[in-house]
Design a binder for this molecule. Structure first.
Ligand code: ARG
Length: 563
């Protein structure tokens, strides 16, 4: 960027034209052998009353040295500029060192609110591997938006309402053998599964369940207490998993939170003439938009998932006045989001254009990845435990004397799993395999964390460096320039990730820095006899460390200093 400004200023000095305009005319030559920037001289043909090649030749003769530019060349109607690679590395390095931990941050958000809904687990249900993409992608987007100066609001839209809680109560009262707070979620899940098995032969159990849910709705003391206990127990257990993942929420307002807010929405829908009644159910007809109807009330008057989502969207707009409201939810729910966004639109809420379903593909486990002792459900907790155990063994092999081995194993194990979810465009289905995610040499979380630890170790062994002694003249070899390019590209990747709501762009940009650093480290001696060269290479190592650490943070990984 700086180079473009300097080139534009130099041409402006010769032509008297506006530098801003000239800067916009600069192009990037298709072939780098033709230079890093090209100025199309036909743009000046009218004002200068000359043929473009003549203008190019004249400018090449009259423009003197431009800081950051090594040379220029008139070619046809173009004036081509070759960047001074050493200056580019030096400028990149200075920028990172000046910004330190805030490198990659921006203030395009200007403090405006962005709602990010993610994880949204269900109470008294397994926190399973299928919730991981939402949790990981949402957490990353939450961090990315914050880094860009937005006020992100992390929301866990808990599935804590509906007739299934009536079933839970029936099952618990029939077969529960200890107070709820002493149970585990897995035990509750078992009770729930048993309910379904037995209800097949005894359908009257379903009526009982409906009656119990009615009691929850009407505030019956026993029913509400049990429901609250299921909720407390689940939140306590998932809280541990969230801590391990470093995931945070600002709000746990789930479906039950909207119980008293749906009436107003239904009234509004009715006033606006959007409701029709069909076979007793109240719905919004969406056939004009080629969609099935959005059901608002069942024939027994019960509200639905979509009804709660309508209330939640409106509540979020009123409470946070967001500029964006994101829903990180699997693509299986594409139709649901299309439907309720359409209903919001028909109600006249033009802000629905700021709501986005950030969807993602399915996760499946490679054969033999985890023994599924609990039917088909793969608990996330089990995956994280297995990951920590497996990394623990690898670390034991690689660095037996490492202090805090368990903490590092946990950080790297979690990192491997999370990175595996974030390294591809989110819409792709993910097949989880230990070999893939735990490979310390592949494009994995552990590889990125390992590269970061390597940077730390180089700096630690050198005992730091004196920034005043940096001699940038050694910044000319390919590996060094490539490293600086990868580092310089990082901030744009962070902005791009927010534009597209795609954290993988940050993961990939971080990986670019890692591979470039390892090549730089392989090609160059960092500690040399020349103090200026050593300081320069250590400083570049530091810039790589800062960038990788930021990248790891933004995708939700820890960055241990030793591995
Ligand atoms: N609890 C739901 C599930 O596990 C996801 C909720 C998605 N969010 C929403 N606003 N509908 O499938």
């Amino acid at each position: 960027m700086e180079n473009k400004l300097r080139i534009a200023a130099a041409i402006a000095a010769q032509t008297g034209l506006e530098a801003d305009q000239l800067k916009d005319w600069l192009e990037t030559p298709p072939d780098p052998a033709m230079g890093d920037y090209a100025f199309p001289c036909f743009r000046l043909a009218k004002t200068m009353r000359k043929a473009p090649p003549a203008i190019a030749a004249e400018l090449a003769g009259s423009i003197g040295h431009i800081d950051g530019i090594a040379s220029m060349e008139a070619k046809g109607g173009y004036l081509n500029f070759f960047a001074d690679k050493t200056a580019f590395v030096r400028d990149t390095l200075n920028k990172v060192l000046a910004q330190g931990d805030s490198y990659g941050n921006d203030n395009i958000g200007g403090g405006r609110n962005v709602c990010v809904e993610y994880s949204s687990i269900n109470i008294a249900k397994p926190f399973h591997i299928g919730h991981l993409p939402s949790t990981a992608i949402g957490n990353s987007l939450y961090r990315i938006y914050k880094a860009l100066g937005y006020n992100a609001i992390g929301i866990n839209h808990l599935g804590d309402w509906g007739t299934q809680f009536g079933k839970m109560i029936v099952a618990y009262k029939k077969w529960g053998d200890k107070p709820v707070p002493q149970c585990t979620v897995r035990e509750l899940v078992k009770l729930y599964v048993r309910f379904h098995e037995e209800a097949e032969a005894h359908p009257e159990m379903n009526d009982e369940a409906r009656a119990w849910f009615k009691k929850i709705e009407s505030g019956d003391n026993e029913a509400v207490t049990l429901w609250q206990q299921f909720k407390d127990l689940t939140l306590k257990e998932v809280g541990k998993v969230y801590d391990r993942l470093g995931v945070h929420f600002d709000s746990y307002a789930g479906e039950s939170f909207y119980e008293d807010k749906m009436g107003a929405v239904i009234d509004e829908l009715r006033e606006k003439g959007l409701l029709t009644v069909d076979k007793g159910a109240t719905l919004v007809d969406l056939s004009a938009y080629d969609m099935p109807p959005c059901i608002i009330l069942r024939s027994d008057g019960a509200t639905l998932y979509a009804t709660r989502d309508l209330a939640a969207a409106i509540y979020r707009k009123n409470t946070y006045d967001f500029v964006k409201s994101l829903y990180v939810v699997a693509y299986q729910q594409n139709l649901h989001f299309k439907q309720f966004f359409k209903v919001l639109e028909l109600m006249g809420n033009d802000w629905v254009k700021d709501c986005e379903h950030v969807n993602f593909g399915m996760v499946s486990m490679e054969e033999g990845t985890l023994s599924t002792r609990h039917g088909n459900v793969v608990y996330l907790e089990d995956v994280l435990n297995a990951a920590a155990e497996k990394t623990g063994k690898i670390i034991e092999d690689k660095s037996p004397d490492l202090p805090d081995k368990d903490d590092v194993a946990a950080a790297v194990g979690v990192g491997a799993v999370v990175w595996g979810m974030l390294y591809n465009s989110r819409i792709k289905d993910v097949t989880f395999s230990w070999n893939k995610v735990l490979n310390f040499d592949g494009e994995t979380g552990p590889y990125a964390q390992y590269t970061h630890a390597r940077c730390c170790s180089v700096l630690r062994k050198a005992g730091g460096y004196d920034a005043d002694r940096i001699d940038p003249s050694c910044f000319s070899d390919d590996a060094t320039v490539a490293l600086a390019k990868a580092i310089a590209a990082f901030p744009a990747a962070v902005r791009g990730a927010a534009d597209k709501n795609e954290p993988y762009l940050v993961a990939r940009a971080t990986m670019e820095v890692c591979t470039a650093f390892n090549r730089f480290y392989f090609c160059n001696h960092i500690m040399t006899d020349d103090a200026g060269v050593s300081a320069a290479r250590l400083a570049l190592t530091d810039a790589a460390r800062i960038t990788i650490k930021k990248g790891l943070y933004l995708v939700g990984l820890q960055a241990p200093e030793r591995m």
